[in-house]
Design a protein around this ligand. Structure first.
Ligand code: ZN
Length: 313
């Protein structure tokens, strides 16, 4: 079988659950992670190391990460907002850590009570901590530029600000950079332009990832534009779980099942078994009866004669 051409990075257990009202039982989170990994999703962001009093959903972060680390072939990712969270994550055995830095000053202040420059300074401290870990225990570090495509507080986010933050995170020691459309403002033309200029500035060989929300219905179109701009790692959530804290009632991230379907129908290998993935959707969300779910392919079914690449020789 040919190698996987794009990495689908499920972020539902983190981004999805962060915006879900009811607590998902720890056992159900573990079952979700195992089942989705078994369907061929080999990268899953499983929790956030934030104080439980801020986001009670992640009170079981250590336990969920320990489980995810025990799943064969799975790269478990965790999100951390600050140095304290980074220390906790490393102590809990994190192997891949995403650190968001808001390009929008207004979003940064409201989210972590730091200016963007202060958030970058904190990132440098985290990168130093990561670097100081013994060989073999050093986690990978992803620098995520949040609100890279616009901000619901500030409005327009200048491209040069995104470039400045991305370059600073790389210089600090990030192993890869992610551009995140945190509030679902991006459009495909902008996506192509911004990923193009960041890749040019940062080096075409440097790993770059895309994180889109489907708040305004352009999630898949933006993912395609990013693919065409050379991106090969995409965040999404099963059932499009989640919302946007800055847009009440809005839908969540790009829907994993629809994203997999798009790529596979284009002949781009994801390594994911879409039939299994749809089954996972049905079982996982029995544990979250009041969650609002999205997505097309799980409702409409696969086209007649559709042959998943995961089954092809
Ligand atoms: Zn997000």
């Amino acid at each position: 079988m040919d190698a996987v051409e794009v990495t689908i990075s499920e972020v539902g257990p983190r981004d999805g659950l962060q915006n879900t009202k009811s607590f998902m039982p720890t056992a159900a989170k573990k079952a979700w992670i195992s089942a989705e990994a078994a369907a061929g999703v080999h990268e899953i962001e499983v929790c956030s190391f934030v104080p439980a009093k801020l986001i009670p959903q992640f009170v079981d972060a250590e336990e969920v990460l320990a489980h995810a680390n025990s799943v064969d072939g799975l790269t478990a990712v965790v999100l951390v907002p600050n140095l304290k969270g980074c220390e906790r994550a490393i102590g809990a055995g994190a192997r891949r850590i995403t650190v968001p830095v808001s390009v929008s000053e207004a979003h940064s202040m409201s989210n972590v009570r730091k200016t963007t420059a202060q958030a970058i300074e904190e990132f440098v401290r985290m990168a130093d901590l990561v670097r100081s870990q013994p060989k073999g225990k050093r986690p990978q570090l992803v620098g995520a530029c949040s609100t890279a495509f616009g901000c619901s507080l500030q409005g327009v986010v200048a491209e040069q600000d995104v470039l400045r933050v991305a370059l600073a995170l790389r210089a600090a020691g990030a192993d890869s950079i992610s551009l995140a459309d945190t509030v679902g403002y991006a459009n495909p033309e902008q996506v192509k332009r911004l990923f193009g200029s960041v890749r040019k500035a940062i080096g075409e060989d440097f790993a770059i990832e895309a994180h889109f929300h489907n708040t305004r219905g352009l999630g898949l179109a933006n993912a395609l534009a990013a693919y065409e701009a050379g991106v090969r790692n995409f965040d999404s959530t099963l059932g499009g779980l989640g919302g946007c804290p800055w847009a009440p009632g809005a839908s969540g991230n790009v829907v994993t099942e629809d994203l997999v379907f798009m790529f596979e129908s284009m002949g781009v290998r994801t390594g994911v078994d879409i039939n299994k993935l749809i089954e996972v959707r049905n079982t996982v969300f029995a544990a979250l009866p009041d969650a609002e779910l999205y997505g097309h392919i799980s409702k409409a079914g696969l086209p007649k004669g559709f042959r998943p690449l995961s089954l092809a020789a």
